[in-house]
Structures are given as C-alpha cells and as structure tokens.
Design a protein around this ligand. Structure first.
Ligand SMILES: *Cc1c(COP(=O)(O)O)cnc(C)c1O
Length: 411
C-alpha cells in the first residue's frame, strides 16, 4: 500500500517540529553506546565468547562474559542473563519465588503490577501462585501519578515486609510511567525507616531511556526482558535479573537448582546474538524513542490525546494514544500491522485473550514472536480507547509504520 502525499506531508510537519527532541535522543544514544563499548573492551570480548555450549552448559565463557557486561552496563554487582528465561514474566516470577518464603509479605507500591503477574502473585487464584505457598501480598496505589510516600513510609516502618516491588513502566494501566527521580525519592523514603527490605524494580521497557538505571538510585535488583530494550531486536529470547550478588545467586538457584546456580545453563549458540543485541540496544532504544516522539506529535496534531506529549520527559519506550472511539483505535492498530515487515496482509481483530477482562487487539508484524522492541501496538477495547504502542528497530521503519496507521484512520 502506497502512502498518500497528504499523509507524507503530515509526517514531514511533525518530524520538523520534534528535531530538538531528536537531538537529545541522539545524545542519549551516544552516551549509552560509549558505556556499552567500554564494557565490551573492559571484559575483552573476543571470538571465543561467541562459542556455544550444550547439555549442562558448564564453563561457558561467553555466558560468563555476557553476565559481567550486563552487570557493568546496569551498574549492578552481578547479573543472570539467560535464554532459559521464557519472558520478562518468567524472570519476574523466578525472582519473586527466589526471594520470598512462606509467611513473607510482598508489597507493591506502584499499584497493581503487570497483568501477567496476577496469577503469579495469587491476585487471581492459581494453585502454583505465591499465595498458594503462603506468601502474602499487599499493595499501595499511586496517587496522582506519584507514590503515596506517607503511607509507604508508615507501612514499611512496621514489621516484616520482605520485598517491595516497583513497576517503572505503565503496563496496560492509564497511569504515567514512573521517572527515576520519583523512584529515587521513594527508595530514600523507604531506607530512612527500613534497611532490610529487598527493593525490586520491574525495569521492562525502561533500559537506556534515561541516563541512569534504578540500580543507581538504590534498587537492590532489577528485571527486564531481552525481547524488549536490551535485546536490541537481535536476541532471539531471554531475560535478565541484575542486582546484589547474593540476590542474583538466589535467583540462579531458583532458575536452575539449589547447588547448581549460575554454573549451568547451555547457551545453544546464541551468545553472539545476545552480545550483538546489547551492542545495538542504545541505537534501537533511540529509534523506538524517536518513533514514540514522532507519533506523539503527529497524533496530537490530528486531535487525539497522546501520552507522554512529544516534549515531555520519558522513562520508557511506551507511547499511548487516546482515541476516544473504538473504530479509530482498531483502525490504527490494523494500520500498524499493515506497515509492518512481517504479516503485513494480516488484519488483527479484537479477541478474548486469556487473562484479560476486555477484548484485546494486538498488532505485531515482528521478526521475533511477541517482540515489542519491534514496532508493536496493542489495546484493550474499553473506554477511553487507548492504544499502547512501542518499539521501532529503526526510526525510519517506525515512522513508516505509524504513517500507514494514520493513513488507515484518515481514509
Ligand atoms: C513486558 C512487560 C513485562 C513482562 O512481559 P513478558 O511479555 O512476559 O516479557 C512485565 N512488566 C512490564 C511493565 C512489561 O512491560
């Protein structure tokens, strides 16, 4: 499908108006590229690290160097970066089951966590949930897009909260994503009254969007997916848990087995892709950010309500657009699919996805199944009809995808 001149011109105008933002994103990209390059050099990455192991995966020097580099780049003592993590949800699950024991309490301070954790925590009943193992759950909601500092301070000063979870990105909620200055402020608040509690941040979609990571403002452990930011669109799957050495060790013993920990885990030939993915990640995150900023300006010009606005500070790669109308929303998502490199002739329709209350539409013409560092867009079909869009392997492809989407709502 060809883009009309009208649509191309709308794109040009939006692009011209966001050049200042693009410049800042370029600077950010250079900053993180330099850090990644330094980490590769510090650990003397060489051909030998691209080698593969099978079976138990003992003595995988590539895997070991990958975990040192991730720890370096994320400013943590250690990391566990494994393709045996099926997804971000799996890594979060492993972390929670590793740190929490029967009768412990987990406290979420950014409202309800990401939907896929409902059954993990036991918010939705499941015989294998943390709840089923006797782990208690409490939640403190955000107020006006910020932490409820007073209530958090009061609760954690009392007995036995074992772990605090903070979700940086908005997930499918309509709240804003949480900036690092707020995360820093809440961690300082917590540490004034409690030095023991484990502070874990769900860092999905957040890596390399700011100059620093939650680990640099006091988080003990952070978790993310390799089919999002740090995989750079090249890692075929996997996730990471990075943080304090003893916490990473606990997570490793839960992922593999007690006594085995980090020493095992065959890499089956993907070390090079993981390294190359991290190498590309600063640039791919920058492309995703440019795609988001461009989209925000363009859709605002067209009279819709994007969040964040194009010139607002970002803490993740997610762009939401409120359409206020189900037809426009569906047409936008279908247009993103039309503008994708893979399955561009598929027409996504809203459907009853397991685990969701409303019908959901998902556009993803991605090389890697479910990869959302590639341009992707999904939306629950409910008021106020908001699309959640993210990714873009290159800005040019991201822009083209979005232009196809607006052509599809304008026609
Ligand atoms: C993507 C995401 C996850 C994990 O999702 P998976 O699809 O399992 O990788 C968790 N939390 C947030 C905020 C996310 O964006």
């Amino acid at each position: 499908m060809e883009l009309s001149n009208e649509v191309i011109n709308l794109g040009k105008n939006a692009e011209e108006a966001v050049q200042e933002e693009f410049k800042k994103i370029d600077e950010l990209c250079e900053y993180h590229s330099n850090r990644v390059l330094n980490a590769f050099q510090k650990y003397h990455v060489s051909d030998i690290h691209f080698n593969s192991t099978t079976g138990y995966g003992y003595s995988d020097v590539g895997r070991d160097v990958i975990e040192k580099i991730f720890a370096e780049v994320l400013h943590t003592e250690d990391s566990l970066v494994r393709s045996q993590f099926i997804s971000g949800t799996h890594a979060l699950t492993v972390a929670l089951f590793a740190f929490l024991r029967p009768n412990d309490t987990m406290l979420s301070i950014s409202g309800k966590p990401y939907d896929t954790l409902d059954e993990v925590i036991g918010i939705v009943e499941n015989p294998s949930s943390l709840k089923a193992y006797g782990v208690k759950y409490e939640q403190i909601d955000l107020i006006e897009n910020d932490f409820n500092y007073e209530k958090i301070s009061e609760r954690v000063s009392k007995q036995n909260i074992k772990l605090i979870e903070i979700q940086r990105s908005r997930g499918y909620s309509l709240r804003d994503s949480i900036t690092l200055d707020k995360i820093e402020k809440v961690i300082k608040t917590i540490r004034k009254v409690n030095q023991e509690v484990i502070i874990m941040v769900d860092n999905c979609y957040g890596e390399f969007v700011d100059k620093i990571e939650p680990s640099q403002v006091g988080a003990d452990v952070i978790v993310g997916s390799l089919i999002k930011n740090l995989g750079g669109g090249i890692s075929p799957n996997g996730a990471y848990i990075a943080g304090k050495k003893e916490l990473v060790e606990l997570a490793a013993e839960r992922l593999t087995a007690p006594g085995l920990g980090k020493e095992v885990g065959p890499t089956l030939g993907i070390n090079k892709q993981i390294l190359q993915g991290l190498f590309f990640a600063p640039s791919v995150v920058a492309s995703s950010l440019k795609t988001a900023v461009f989209t925000s300006k363009l859709l605002e010009d067209l009279g819709y309500k994007p969040r964040p606005r194009y010139n607002e500070k970002r803490t993740d790669i997610v762009q939401t657009i409120e359409f206020g109308n189900p037809e426009k929303l569906i047409r936008y998502c279908q247009g993103i699919q039309m503008g994708s490199p893979i399955d561009s002739d598929a027409i996504p329709e809203p459907w009853d996805m397991p685990g969701y209350t409303d019908k959901v539409i998902m556009a993803a013409g991605a090389f890697t199944q479910g990869s959302s560092i590639e341009l992707s867009c999904d939306a629950p079909i409910r008021e106020p009809y908001v699309a959640f869009m993210q990714g873009g392997l290159t800005y040019q492809y991201g822009k083209l995808g979005v232009l196809h989407a607006i052509q599809n709502i304008l026609k």
